[in-house]
Design a protein around this ligand. Structure first.
Ligand SMILES: Cc1ncc(COP(=O)(O)O)c(C=O)c1O
Length: 460
């Protein structure tokens, strides 16, 4: 009794003295740096203007600027309900998703599919698939690094950093020509140590909208062969570059023909409009079935400690869309419609800028493909678009073309023309807040954005 009282007393004292020296367990935690895309969304939401446009987030919108539930998704939803999908185990639905995703990217008739020479697991969308691969890479190649294109999707660096795989960039984009810097890319591939890991966007590169041509992919693949590099493909926009999912898989098919071992992260967030459902797939090609089983079990173990198994609903939807020929036909048409609308907006935006008499060359708007237009606007211009015109995009000048519509394209063109034509002496303060800027701008012909919008008869 006496001893236990003593113990209680000691415990009480030690708690009191700890509290005196430490106010809370988390005093040392400071806010994380904001993700650039979330920062844009926050700024957009905080803007009360009725004229505001969000061109930050890479999500497709219809020509009314509204999020779209695809018809194929509605059809799949009704069939899933009819077959009481709730009774399925997550394992069987997951295996079906993996098989259908692999067919979509490697080709239904490919030997890889026939011989089942791949390991794959469902992932939490494209982000989750990249993260799983990064964990797998770290587990089996702990000293390796990941080569990322410069520029690339902003989260790539964070994903590999968080699993302690260092990243390195390889040159990709030429800002002056606003096109692929192919010679530099090849140089960097050549100069990387043999057997390096490279992340490649097979179509609709984010953020530049610049893809290698088929011939250039062939050259890249040959050089990868010589150097024994590992190609990891991040496929977040299959169908958005050309409107045809088969055509957008061409780069991967070229690497397949050349006999590479390949890793592939697939996302169905954009091409099926299933952003919130987080459906994706990670697959890794193997030499044979035995190796596939070993890799499969490792991927499974990695995902088990991260999230167990993924939510079943989105997986069931995607599996249904890909495996039911009638629903798949609807989906393929809808992908084409989305890609075509974006392509049309590119043409309209460029023509509008030219009509306004912009002295700048806007050819790259229509040369680039996919969801994004890497406009070439600088940080000062991006800042002005937000401040003066309520148009929001990432500070690197990336325009999400999914947010451009028939109704807002003239307003956007006019705003771009105004900020690029104005006499400006802008200095960006290097700050994590993209919108902190020290600038001295003298516009040539600005009214308020409201009068300009009215003048253009905008229905906002
Ligand atoms: C190149 C690339 N990879 C992966 C992702 C992640 O996509 P998800 O929303 O499917 O996680 C994105 C999203 O913007 C992307 O652009």
């Amino acid at each position: 009794m006496i001893i236990s009282r003593f113990v209680i007393l000691r415990r009480g004292m030690s708690t009191a003295s700890t509290c005196a020296t430490r106010r809370s367990w988390w005093d040392h935690v400071t806010p994380a740096l904001k993700d650039p895309i979330s920062a844009v969304t926050e700024a957009f939401l905080a803007d009360p203007s009725p004229y505001k446009i969000n061109l930050g987030v890479g999500a497709y919108r219809d020509d009314e600027g509204k999020p779209l539930v695809l018809q194929c998704v509605r059809e799949a939803e009704s069939k899933i309900a009819a077959s009481s999908f709730l009774e399925s185990t997550s394992t069987s639905v997951g295996s079906k998703l993996v098989m259908e995703s692999a067919k979509l990217i490697y080709g239904e008739d490919s030997d890889v599919i026939k011989e089942r020479r791949f390991a794959g697991i469902p992932a939490l969308s494209g982000t989750g698939a990249c993260r799983l691969f990064a964990e797998f890479q770290k587990r089996f190649y702990p000293e390796s690094r990941m080569y990322l294109p410069d520029p690339t999707w902003s989260n790539h660096r964070n994903i590999w950093r968080d699993v302690h795989v260092p990243d390195q960039t390889f040159r990709y984009y030429h800002p002056d020509s606003k096109s692929l810097n192919f010679a530099a890319l090849m140089d960097d591939v050549k100069n990387a140590p043999d057997g390096s890991f490279f992340l490649l966007h097979p179509c609709a590169h984010n953020p530049t909208g610049v893809d290698p041509t088929e011939e250039q992919w062939r050259e890249i693949s040959s050089l990868f062969k010589v150097k024994n590099h590992f190609p990891f493909f991040d496929v977040a926009y299959q169908g958005f570059a050309s409107g045809d999912v088969e055509r957008d898989a061409k780069a991967i098919r070229i690497f397949l023909e050349d006999g590479h071992s390949i890793g592939c992260a697939q996302s169905f967030a954009k091409n099926m409009g299933l952003y919130g459902h987080r459906v994706g797939c990670l697959s890794v090609l193997c030499n044979d079935k035995i190796q596939a089983m070993a890799i499969q079990s490792q991927l499974q173990q990695i995902s088990n400690t991260m999230y167990g198994s993924p939510p079943i609903h989105g997986i069931s939807l995607v599996s249904k869309i890909l495996s039911d020929p009638d629903i798949k036909a609807i989906w393929l048409k809808e992908v084409k419609v989305m890609a075509t609308r974006i392509r049309r907006m590119r043409v309209t935006l460029r023509e509008a800028l030219e009509r306004l008499g912009s002295p700048l060359n806007w050819q790259h708007i229509t040369n680039q493909v996919g969801m994004f237009c890497f406009s070439g606007l600088n940080r000062a211009e991006v800042y002005l678009l937000a401040k003066e015109f309520h148009i929001y995009m990432t500070p690197d000048g990336r325009i999400s073309m999914g947010g451009v519509t028939t109704k807002n394209v003239d307003y956007l063109a006019n705003a771009i023309h105004e900020v690029t034509a104005c006499d400006q002496d802008a200095k960006i303060l290097h700050n994590t807040d993209a919108y902190k800027i020290n600038t001295d701008i003298r516009f040539t012909s600005l009214g308020t954005s409201k009068t300009r919008a009215r003048g253009m008869n905008l229905a906002l």
